[in-house]
Design a protein around this ligand. Structure first.
Ligand code: DGJ
Length: 695
């Protein structure tokens, strides 16, 4: 709900359990008044008059501004820095008014002298306790205005000494959670690579001694891929500030007369019920408003780990037959099927079917796959080109470059400048050709290197907007393809999980979570992923052992159980598997199909370890009357102790029936939540899935 006190200029946004309030004060500043648990009493808000404490502490520094601009006596991080055509580098805004609908509020600000308008948009997601914020900068003047920094929002958290959580990582080590105490000074998380990043993720989680189920958590995630920046600052005035948006690193944008610049949205939320409630709200929001294709995800087979670049029609058909036999529903040919792609050195850009590998074209394989009743998917790396290709020979000017600089290769490839309309069209047409002429249901869209030598002369004076324009072109291509081929699912991959963010998920359907397919490592990667991002989009494969990365050997059952926690896939070399292993695959996939609606659409619970010195990991999914419990014991410790797993999210007044160790049992919800379920696993890499049903 949106409440407005027209006399005092107070705006109160309420969701089911939370409230966000701000005002326009007597000197025209847009000031945050509150963010936290719901109050629902607009009449109680008062606007304190600003009083300068000392000349060293100007009111602008102390004031909780909703969208601080660079100008006047402001020295902290700003949300908007601009230079006008007469070189004035200072913004002074005044309040123009507002526009309101049921779930959206737009606050309009304007520079006091120049025709620069700032619209701040607040969109409410009432049932999920979330608010989306963004800013729209409009040039109503007759001259260009140079934007040097444009953030999506500033947020004020009324505490010091909070705990900040985000991810660090690198290739095959994505989603490693770090937890940092916030003190005086700034924490900066960012990406400067343009296309991908395995390190920081564009979200913030700040808590005040929270646990999974208790305590206050403030959080937000940016709808942006690539160059983002987030600043968390505990100020000297007793609060913590957050700013997130497009990275101002190497960013400049000349806003032409009558042009608008829109920031990506940041979705923000508050809960006093711990991280679990944060994740539930974010997952529900993503499933309903971010993910466009809400269908249950098929079980896929992907050929990458089994064959790498050595794909050919004969073996792919053999693999597809086995993949069908074990129960997978979607067969994806990964890298290696096109051009002269025998290794990383060549092929990208020459998107013709390799005749030596597929003498009868892709048609033969697709026909086999379709005749078996499976979906067909194929890999592309559309934003890239290898210098050895025909495409590069023909269009050496199609990549980002500076005239007098060597073009740095990474994975032997260069990044196509898809901000050039012709190049963008080429990428669209290439994919459109395949989707039009072949019966393709799934595209795995990969990207395996960052942008370097970021020259894009085509953008003229706005060359330094290429970081944001590149990703906008990606979004545009995928949106156009989806419009024309609506049944096709798109998987976002960037050397594994380098593009996991709401920007991607607003356009793509699945994430390839990590090239690290070690089932034990995945428990941690998936755990951190689940804090913000929805389970349905989390692709997880079962692959061969010893794992190519960790060299670990993990029983196939555990590997399946770990991968079944998301959208299941298989990447094993099925041609080399024993009959008993094939049997396990069949059995596990059959079971996954029975429970996947609960996994992909249920509420997800990261259950605590309940016994000290015990290394059981447990996770739970609840959808209506159905419950799935995953338990993992990576390593037995002395004594092979049992554990009691206290379930959550059950109906306390109902009973649940389930089978454990071949014994049928019935227990009340209240017993399962308070006493817990006794589980004993022994050995290393042991796991168990228990399905409970409310009666
Ligand atoms: C990186 C991806 O993460 C892998 O799954 C695979 O598709 C390779 N690229 C192919 O080159």
């Amino acid at each position: 709900m949106i409440y407005i006190d027209e006399i005092k200029n107070i705006f109160v946004l309420t969701t089911k359990n939370t409230e966000y309030a701000f005002c326009v004060d007597n000197i025209g500043l847009l000031r945050n008044l509150y963010w936290g648990e719901k109050i629902d009493s607009i009449k109680d808000y008062e606007i304190e008059e600003l009083v300068e404490v000392s000349t060293n502490d100007p009111v602008f520094e102390i004031t909780k501004e909703e969208y601080p601009v660079y100008g006047g006596l402001r020295y902290k991080e700003n949300c908007l820095k601009a230079t006008f055509s007469d070189n004035t580098r200072d913004i002074v805004y005044k309040y123009l008014g507002y526009e309101k609908s049921d779930d959206e509020l737009i606050i309009k600000l304007k520079d006091k002298y120049y025709d620069l308008q700032i619209n701040l948009v607040y969109k409410l997601y009432y049932e999920f306790d979330l608010i989306e914020r963004k800013a729209i900068i409009i040039n109503n003047s007759k001259e260009d205005i140079l934007l040097e920094n444009v953030m999506s929002a500033q947020l004020h958290i009324p505490y010091e000494n909070l705990t900040f959580r985000n991810t660090h990582g690198y290739w095959a080590a994505e989603q490693q959670e770090f937890i940092q105490n916030v003190s005086y000074g700034k924490i900066v998380i960012e990406n400067r690579r343009g296309v991908s990043g395995h390190n920081h993720n564009p979200y913030f989680i700040l808590d005040n001694n929270a646990t999974e189920t208790t305590g206050e958590v403030y959080f937000g995630a940016l709808n942006l891929t690539g160059n983002f920046k987030g600043v968390i600052e505990q100020t000297q005035y007793g609060e913590t500030l957050v700013q997130m948006g497009i990275n101002d690193f190497d960013f400049l944008y000349y806003l032409s007369p009558n042009e608008k610049f829109e920031t990506p949205e940041i979705v923000i939320g508050y809960t006093n019920k711990g991280f679990e409630s944060m994740s539930h709200n974010m997952h529900a929001y993503a499933n309903k408003h971010i993910i466009k294709n809400s269908n249950i995800r098929p079980v896929l087979y992907n050929s990458w780990e089994a064959m790498e670049f050595k794909v050919n029609a004969k073996e792919q058909i053999e693999l597809a037959k086995r993949a069908k036999d074990i129960g997978t529903e979607l067969f994806v040919v990964d890298d290696g099927w096109f051009g002269q792609r025998h290794s990383i050195k060549n092929g990208l850009g020459d998107w013709y079917v390799n005749k030596e590998k597929f003498p009868n074209g892709l048609e033969e394989l697709i026909k086999e796959v379709k005749n078996m009743g499976m979906f067909f998917g194929i890999w592309f790396e559309p934003e890239m080109v290898n210098p050895l290709t025909e495409l590069y020979k023909k269009h050496p000017d199609w990549v980002y470059n500076f005239d007098n600089r060597e073009r740095n290769l990474s994975r032997e490839q260069l990044v196509l400048n898809i901000t050039i309309p012709e190049v963008c069209e080429y990428v669209f047409e290439t994919l459109d050709y395949y989707l039009t002429n072949y019966d393709i249901d799934y595209i795995k869209w990969d990207v395996n290197r960052p942008i370097s030598e970021p020259g894009a002369k085509n953008l003229l004076k706005n060359e330094r907007s290429l970081w944001i324009n590149h990703i906008k072109s990606v979004y545009k291509i995928v949106d156009r393809l989806k419009k024309k081929h609506p049944k096709v699912l798109f998987e976002a991959c960037a050397s594994g999980g380098g593009r996991i963010d709401f920007g991607m998920l607003s356009h793509f359907d699945d994430f390839w979570t990590s090239d690290n397919t070690d089932a034990y490592d995945r428990l941690f990667i998936q755990n951190t992923y689940s804090k913000i991002y929805p389970i349905k989009a989390m692709r997880a494969w079962v692959t061969d052992c010893p794992n190519f990365l960790s060299k670990r050997v993990i029983p196939l059952e555990f590997r399946f159980d770990s991968a079944m926690m998301g959208a299941l896939g298989v990447g094993c070399n099925l041609l080399k598997m024993s009959e008993s292993e094939i049997d396990i695959c069949r059995e596990k996939i059959k079971y996954y199909k029975e429970i996947r609606h609960i996994i992909q659409e249920g509420k997800f619970y990261r259950l605590d370890k309940t016994l000290k010195d015990n290394d059981y990991y447990s996770f739970e999914y609840v959808l209506d009357d159905e419950v799935i419990l995953f338990v993992f014991l990576p390593q037995s410790k002395i004594g092979h102790r049992h554990t009691f797993i206290k379930l959550r999210g059950l109906d306390e007044n109902s009973s649940y029936e389930f089978t454990i160790n071949n014994e049928n049992k019935t227990k009340s919800g209240i017993y399962l939540q308070n006493h817990g379920l006794k589980i004993k696993l022994s050995g290393d890499y042991q796991s168990m899935i228990i399905r409970l049903k409310k009666i």
